[in-house]
Design a protein around this ligand. Structure first.
Ligand SMILES: [Zn+2]
Ligand SMILES: [Zn+2]
Length: 127
């Protein structure tokens, strides 16, 4: 019987040994490493390995990843208060705070955000 060797995953992608999430490359203080976005596990990696890894992770990404998700929990100072025009889908209140934000690429229309002044429910609408 041959000696059992630890299985090397094909394709070069590495998964977190703790939680199984896909590891992402990063450079900290000139040191290359892989980190787990889910649990924070860190793995040291050589320069050649991370170069190969970057290409693979890039290729795996879908165009969806281009979407920039902004923290829409806080309305900007220029947000407007709309009365009697929009209804909160949650509580039916008709006074909402309204603002727009560029969440996708610049050539696309901005996303409209609404927040109910009564229950705080926040939702978005694509123009
Ligand atoms: Zn993990
Ligand atoms: Zn509401």
């Amino acid at each position: 019987m041959p000696v059992k060797k630890p299985r090397k995953p094909k394709g070069g992608l590495k998964f977190c040994p703790k939680c199984g999430s896909l590891m992402y490359p990063r450079t900290i203080g000139g040191k290359r490493q892989l980190f787990c976005p889910s649990c924070g596990y860190v793995m040291e990696i050589s320069e050649e390995e991370i170069d190969a890894y970057k290409i693979k992770v890039k290729a795996k990404r879908s165009p969806k990843d281009k979407i920039i998700v902004v923290n829409a929990s806080q309305p900007p100072p220029d947000a407007l208060v709309l009365k009697g025009q929009v209804r909160c889908p949650k509580c039916g209140h008709d006074e909402v705070i309204f603002w727009m934000m560029q969440t996708r690429s610049a050539d696309e229309p901005p996303t409209r955000f609404y927040r109910c002044t009564k229950c705080g429910h926040t939702w978005r609408e694509y123009a």
